[in-house]
Write a protein that binds this ligand. Structure first.
Ligand SMILES: [Zn+2]
Length: 102
């Protein structure tokens, strides 16, 4: 599996490519339909390391949310990702300081 490499701000061409991928997808995750723009990213269908010539090719881009993007790169089944996400959420909601037992 290929690791995720997020867009380096030092490469404005890649940043523009990612923006154009999201615009072409109407700012919607093409796997799950997520519409929150802050959660969306651009995925290289053919990895940059495999074919650098397609790095800025709009047709090589897919608009995905972070969870679907992780799944693309990890190969982990959707249910497992959801369980991991749920466990993080539950932990974040738990009270930080439990009261002393009497
Ligand atoms: Zn998604």
């Amino acid at each position: 599996m290929y690791p995720i490499r997020y867009v380096e701000p030092t490469d404005p061409r890649l940043f523009d490519w990612a923006t154009n991928v999201k615009i072409a997808a109407r700012w919607c995750c093409q796997e799950c339909g997520q519409l929150d723009r802050g959660l969306l990213c651009a995925h290289h269908i053919v990895p940059k390391s495999v074919n650098p010539a397609k790095m800025y090719d709009l047709s090589n881009g897919q608009c995905l949310c972070y969870i679907c993007h992780l799944r693309k790169h990890s190969g982990v089944p959707q249910l497992l990702i959801l369980l991991q996400f749920a466990s993080v959420l539950v932990k974040s909601m738990a009270p930080k300081d439990y009261p002393e037992m009497p």
